[in-house]
Design a protein around this ligand. Structure first.
Ligand code: GDP
Length: 409
């Protein structure tokens, strides 16, 4: 049976939720999916490369309006989909009751960091309650986001952890991708320099500003260090001005790159750093940070800010370090420690590689999501209130399963 994926976040736009949704869509069994998403410049060309249909609404942002809900149901009927995955729970999973009435048998909604804002904003939290009451399973990234989102979902919500991963075939070490790494270094005239890399949207909470402010202290200990900032976003102008003030000639801004392009930057780097920080009294926090997993898979030690779920991606002192994302001095110290010790850098990079390979697999996550989406697998409450487990497929006849209340158990 087909899965209808309803999402605002889908490539070619870049970001964590987009990466997550794309990874699941391409890994669900037999690519038996249809995606319903918003429009985006360059979308048609991108969609043509995918092995499943992508239906673009005329809207740049989908909202759970009657028109959008009707379109989703129409697509489900047209493509024979009896299950729906909401790539981000807020706001689109609010259409769940109407989809249920329209015959959708299983619905899973995934939360990320951004649902924390919804959970803590009066009015917006009501939408999450509706989601918790009506979808079959709500997934969360880790303990940090769960603690902040679960109260708004209400007592009926079934929660299950669904983590992002990293594609080990897509990210390689500098030795494995020596040509890619060399080309990056030549392109920016960085041959022989020690490269600190940050890959991320340019928004304040990611901490590129603190990284730039840390550069003078880093340069005192590591005079050939260079910071390479990959990504685009609203903070670009301010960051360039900060770079001109704190580390003139020592910060390279590449702008946004396509996905194939970023891998060579990881291969070229010596250390990855993103000192993310929590802002707006906790409303903005790092959900998890897929980039830390990409860096670890590329054999890089990581320096991560202590925001939200970011510490989940690092074994502190083993694969990298977790630092106060507001402190340029702490960031500089962590960077200097690995840049001045090739042995420590290698040790942490190797440990990170192993950690990424064994703990952060998109394939495992996609299999897990597929299990949760199977309407013929009854969901049962765990002993922990609010958790869900998908049981092995029951031998019941399909018609029997169709009549079973979807929130049974
Ligand atoms: P989030 O965007 O705040 O959710 O941060 P994450 O670290 O979880 O995810 C970011 C994802 O977007 C990663 O897969 C990055 O590689 C990707 N990304 C961010 N900026 C860029 C960029 O400029 N180019 C490309 N190709 N990917 C980017």
């Amino acid at each position: 049976m087909t899965t209808l994926i309803v999402t605002n976040d889908f490539p070619p736009r870049q970001g964590g939720i987009e990466t997550f949704v794309h990874a699941m869509a391409t890994r669900l069994p037999r690519n038996d999916v249809v995606v319903y998403t918003s429009d985006e410049p360059g979308a048609a060309r991108y969609d043509a490369t995918l092995p499943f249909p992508v239906v673009r609404d005329r809207a740049r942002t989908l909202l759970p309006t009657r028109r959008v809900t009707r379109t989703a149901l129409g697509l489900a009927r047209e493509h024979g989909a009896d299950r729906v995955w909401f790539g981000a729970a807020a706001p689109l999973a609010a259409m769940a009751p109407e989809l249920r009435r329209g015959g959708i048998r299983r619905m899973v909604a995934t939360t990320h960091g951004h649902e924390i804002w919804w959970a803590r904003t009066p009015g917006a939290d009501r939408l999450l309650r509706r989601v918790g009451d009506h979808v079959d399973v709500v997934t969360y990234l880790g303990a940090y986001t769960r603690a902040r989102i679960a109260p708004a979902l209400g007592p009926r919500a079934r929660l299950e952890r669904l983590v992002p991963g990293v594609d080990p075939a897509a990210f390689r070490t500098g030795e494995e991708d020596a040509d890619g790494a060399r080309l990056v270094r030549e392109r920016h005239r960085l041959t022989g320099r020690r490269i600190i890399l940050c890959v991320s949207r340019l928004v304040r909470r990611k901490g590129q500003d603190v990284l730039i402010e840390a550069m003078p202290a880093v340069l005192r200990e590591v005079p050939d260090a260079v910071l390479v900032v990959v990504g685009q976003g609203p903070d670009a102008g301010r960051l360039r001005r900060l770079a001109a003030r704190h580390a003139p000639g020592r910060v390279v801004f590449t702008g946004g790159l396509d996905h194939a392009g970023t891998a060579a930057y990881y291969a070229a780097a010596d250390v990855f750093a993103m000192p993310c920080r929590t802002r707006k009294a906790g409303l903005e926090a790092e959900g998890l940070g897929i980039v830390f997993l990409e860096a670890a898979a590329s054999g890089l030690p990581v320096v991560a800010g202590d925001s939200g779920g970011a510490p989940d991606t690092v074994l502190d002192g083993v694969t990298g370090s977790v630092v106060d994302g507001r402190s340029p001095a702490a960031v500089a110290e962590a960077l200097t420690a690995v840049l001045t010790s090739p042995e420590e850098r290698r040790r942490r990079g190797e440990a990170g590689r192993g950690w990424a390979a064994t703990h952060w697999s998109w394939d495992t996550s996609a299999h897990h999501l597929d299990t949760l989406l199977d309407p013929d697998r009854p969901l049962q409450r765990n002993r922990t209130a609010g958790s869900a487990v998908a049981l092995p497929a029951s031998p019941r006849a399909p018609g029997d399963a169709a009549r079973r209340p979807s929130k049974s158990g």
